[in-house]
Design a protein around this ligand. Sequence first.
Ligand code: SF4
Length: 270
Amino acid sequence: MNETHTILMDELEAGEAAIDLDDKEPAEVLAWSIEKFGNRLGICSSFQAEGCALIDMAWRIDPSVRVFTIDTGRQPNETYELIDRIRDRYGIEIEAFIPDSGAMERMVKRHGPNLFYRDVNLRLLCCQLRKVLPLRRALLNFDAWVTGLRRDQWATRSNLRKLEIDHDHGGIVKISPMADWNEEEVWDYIRANDVPYNTLYDQGYKSIGCAPCTRALKPGEDARSGRWWWETGAPKECGMHCAIETGGFEHELSALLGGNGEDAVAAAQG
Ligand code: SF4
């Protein structure tokens, strides 16, 4: 547990809150979260549809709500344009956390910029350096974080609770107000409230991450099929929301991180 965290919940308290919140609407879950955690709460968004809707809901409750993002440096320009539109629309600052520049330089030098296409372990290595470790650093600034995860997005998310202790990140609280919403409910909210959204959705994208690792869907494909579509048998996850241990990339990760590598790897894996 990190000493920077000040508002903590134990398992019993979190379990009771999760039961209370389970049948609540996303806006109600957000209102409770803002009341409980104040400026120690951060909405984490990669500016997919769910995140945009959550920002809109939270801003209506508290215009000073904190929003943060992990800027991998490889996102589509449409995502960066959306960030500007959201800043203009709501008048909010978006706290951006970026990968370690030294590790990035070493990774690209050793493996090239598009390493992820060659091997699943290199893809997970890139995700660790560009997403997982910056998230780890970001969460030192918060006691609770809000995600746009939904249970029906992928098998690894089917048991998601609206509130849980995040053991991968120092025991802070992880809140997923839209856990029981489906895609249609998210888009109904966006249309009803004229929420800015990523224009890539209008081009057939269903799930939007980094540009080289995301594509539009073909008819009938599963929503996550557009992510790392060249991989077979690998999780459609990057490690931000569940620890991934393959035994394949950790050694290389440690080498790229230099002297603090082992600590950073341990931190990344909670
Ligand atoms: S999604 Fe692709 S580019 Fe982005 S961090 Fe993961 S492997 Fe790297």
